[in-house]
Design a binder for this molecule. Structure first.
Ligand code: UD1
Ligand code: M6R
Length: 377
């Protein structure tokens, strides 16, 4: 049932404040006078000790699920101190990459039925790793065959383009990082700030959804373009990849997410006065990431110097400073805790992909050649 919406993708984008609330329900502990704020993930609590002892965490997934894991990787590394590596399921299988008994492998899948991810799970089980599932579908093959895991509880997702599952996956993996790191006293205040940020997140998502009309206007400007680049770094490299995946998947427009730090190593050659480029340059709250914000400002200056056609996503109030030295279109978003910023930043790009698709006259919920659940290899 699409309710008041025209398409499932549109409905699923707009219901994210509610889906995120459901994802977190019963899992955040507010704390009290003598009790700290904390996270309770019923499906992981008996395995946290084993995870903490592992030599490495390996995130495994495909498409949007891979991107969600990429968004959560920095906070898991920070709070756990465990090295985290990323694997696209098919590539791990192609290489028969090494997986050890001392590894924790985390399988991320909305459907829980993706053939590549499922086969990678069998491979990890054979190699004796602890296998953790992050799935949206209770009773799915991945949920059943993992040793333990967390259901993201985002509700049924019908649009082929994953939207609400992406934001719920990031939140679950951030909560997983909080749970794994909960035995470290030195990061207690950092964890409590993130938990406060989680409580506030649905209302911030509601705020960013107000950009709907603005994104529709932007889509009108981009309707006949051949290509769109998206630059991001740090927590928001994943946002660049995921924003570009949405645009290519539903709007059928070539789009590429680029790690901004790689700009001078090739992509800069593409920049001219015509190619539209989205640059994600939101401010990260944590001090050590202020450096990253200024790095992204320097990327913007270099793109301006080449007369690049920029659309800059920045934190509310930063428009003037971020665009000094050239004109750009601006997308202003609310600021949240750094590791949660990808949940906010993807929303305008989801809206942009949605409106571009409708304006270009393509099928939003069933893009050509794609299936919701890829059960063949
Ligand atoms: C569970 C119940 C929930 C109930 C809550 C009350 C289910 C599905 N969930 O939620 O209805 O309100 O307790 O305390 O009955 N798992 C995997 N692999 C996965 C995902 C999950 O093995 O990919 C396992 C978990 O380790 C766990 C079980 O499935 O044993 C349920 O996981 P989850 O729904 O996340 O647990 P709770 O949030 O505790
Ligand atoms: O069900 P899964 O999360 O395992 O699916 C993985 C990908 O097939 C999926 O995310 C795909 O990339 C989406 N269509 C993206 O919107």
């Amino acid at each position: 049932n699409k309710g008041k919406y025209e398409h499932y993708m549109q409905k699923e984008i707009h219901e994210q404040p509610e889906s995120l609330t459901t994802t977190m329900r019963g899992r955040l502990i507010r704390g009290g006078s003598c009790k700290a704020k904390s996270v309770l993930l019923g499906g992981l609590k008996d395995h946290l000790k084993t995870i903490r002892r592992s030599r490495r965490v390996v995130f495994i997934g495909c498409g949007t699920s891979y991107n969600a894991a990429l968004a959560a990787r920095p906070i898991l590394e920070e709070l756990s101190g465990i090295p985290v590596t990323m694997e696209i399921a098919s590539d791990l299988l192609d290489r028969q990459g090494p997986i050890y008994r001392e590894d924790t492998t985390v399988f991320v899948s909305q459907s829980g039925e993706t053939a590549d991810t499922l086969q990678a799970l069998e491979y990890a089980l054979e190699n004796g790793a602890l296998c953790v599932g992050i799935t949206n579908t209770v009773g799915s093959a991945i949920a059943r065959n993992t040793h333990c895991g967390v259901h993201i509880n985002a509700g049924c997702e019908i649009g082929v383009a994953s939207t609400k599952a992406y934001t719920s996956q990031i939140v679950v993996m951030a909560m997983m990082a909080l749970a794994i790191g909960s035995d470290t006293i030195s990061s207690q205040s950092r964890r409590e700030t993130i938990i406060d940020g989680l409580f506030d997140l649905p209302s911030k998502v509601r705020e960013v959804l107000k950009l709907d009309q603005e994104m529709k206007d932007l889509a009108k400007l981009l309707i006949s373009e051949q290509s769109l680049l998206v630059f991001g770094r740090g927590y928001n490299y994943a946002t660049a990849l995921e924003g570009a995946l949405k645009v290519k998947e539903v709007a059928l427009m070539h789009s590429e997410g680029i790690l901004a730090g790689e700009m001078k190593h090739g992509p800069l050659a593409l920049v001219d006065e015509t190619l539209p480029i989205v640059v994600i340059a939101t401010r990260d709250a944590c001090f050590r990431f202020l450096l990253m914000y200024s790095k992204q400002q320097s990327v913007i200056q270099q793109l301006h110097a080449r007369k690049g056609r920029l659309i800059v996503m920045c934190t509310k109030g930063d428009a003037a400073s971020v665009c000094a030295g050239g004109s750009s279109r601006i997308i202003e978003v609310p600021q949240v805790e750094d590791c949660l910023q990808p949940v906010i930043n993807i929303v305008p790009l989801q809206l942009l992909a949605y409106h571009l698709t409708v304006l270009r006259g393509y099928n939003v919920d069933q893009p050509r050649n794609l299936a919701k659940s890829v059960t063949t290899q």
